[in-house]
Design a protein around this ligand. Structure first.
Ligand SMILES: *Cc1c(COP(=O)(O)O)cnc(C)c1O
Length: 342
């Protein structure tokens, strides 16, 4: 029997040999004193890649987003969020429970809040809760890893300048967006005041995310991180793997995108599956199992019997994610498993 093929998420990726060696040999210090040279190197590299002044290492993307919210808003302020975005959907209510903000939900095409509604909301700021932040997510996780084109980000950015409201970008998978849109990551990051991205997803590092922004913003965000218990000591052990991830693992994401396309193209050839197929431009494929005539749990369990793990995203939705620890062969096997079920 072959090993399990884990298509639940790109978070299941294991550190590479090079990362493990970097971790073993990392030069470290106490990062709370700013004295961990490896953390300092990673933060400088991250800021440079995003075209921002400064960066802060956090253990998780959730802490990065929460630190950003705490820094951008005051209690009682309101934040524009897309209803399926990670900050609203998956982060345990931190936007309200910790940052003290009221979420104002604005939907739109492809996981991007509708710019006209955003403009209207900001224009009526007078007698409403004061909107002091707009959050975007690129790529958008629940929208099947879809990208927000930079032209659209610019439209929202221009609106935000008009009303003097900052933008926070949840760029957990911003490198996937950059590869799919075929532009430098800076060209995406420039339409946001702060950007969070993850090292621990497709880039393969075991732990870590970065929050980037102006030096002043990051100085404040460090206090928020401290409050959340996320100020670490010899964090160079983690940062060393992150440096390998940033230097060597971004370009290869295109293989993941190719494999997701291979998977979607293969599934599109199966009559019963093709109409339920949801495609993105990056490393995710979703299936609307209602159209396929099954419940998500039942399809997931049939796949599990054939040694394939997928995520259940709703009663009638499953998600499959490609990443560095699945190869072309695994994808071909996954297609054959679907063939077998249908
Ligand atoms: C994974 C993810 C996060 C949070 O990352 P964690 O490290 O799991 O806390 C934030 N936003 C998006 C879009 C994500 O996919």
């Amino acid at each position: 029997m072959r090993d399990f093929i884990d298509l639940r998420s790109d978070t299941v990726t294991k550190p590479t040999q090079k990362m493990r060696e970097a971790m073993m040999n990392a030069i470290v210090g106490d990062d709370c004193y700013g004295e961990d040279p490896t953390v300092n190197e990673l933060e400088a590299l991250a800021a440079e890649k995003m075209g921002k002044e400064s960066a802060m290492l956090v253990p998780t993307g959730t802490m990065g987003n929460t630190s950003a919210l705490m820094t951008h808003v005051k209690h009682g302020d309101a934040v524009i969020l897309e209803p399926d975005c990670h900050i609203y959907y998956y982060e345990r209510g931190n936007v309200s429970a910790i940052a003290g903000a009221l979420p104002i939900l604005v939907s739109g095409e492809g996981g991007c809040p509708d710019p006209d509604i955003v403009e209207d909301m900001l224009g009526r700021n007078g007698n409403r809760p004061k909107i002091t932040l707009i959050c975007l997510e690129n790529t958008h996780n629940r929208a099947c890893g879809r990208t927000i084109p930079v032209e659209k980000m610019k439209v929202i950015y221009d609106i935000s300048r008009k009303f003097n409201v900052p933008i926070h970008l949840d760029g957990a998978r911003i490198f996937n967006a950059s590869i799919a849109l075929n532009i430098d990551v800076k060209e995406i990051a420039k339409y946001a005041d702060s950007v969070m991205f993850c090292l621990s997803k497709g880039l393969g590092a075991p732990i870590g995310s970065l929050l980037t922004g102006t030096a002043e913003f990051i100085n404040e965000a460090r206090k928020a991180r401290k409050r959340l218990g996320g100020a670490m000591r010899q964090a160079g052990v983690i940062a060393s793997a992150g440096i390998v991830a940033l230097k060597e693992m971004t370009e290869r994401l295109k293989e993941d995108h190719e494999n997701a396309k291979l998977l979607a193209d293969g599934l599109a050839k199966i009559d019963k599956v093709k109409d339920g197929l949801i495609r993105g431009e990056t490393n995710m494929v979703m299936i609307n199992t209602k159209i396929v005539g099954m419940k998500a749990v039942d399809l997931a369990s049939e796949l599990n019997k054939r040694n394939i793990k997928v995520s259940i995203y709703g009663p009638y939705t499953i998600r499959l994610v490609t990443h560095k620890d699945v190869n072309r062969d695994d994808i071909l096997y996954a297609i054959s498993a679907f063939d077998d079920i249908f």
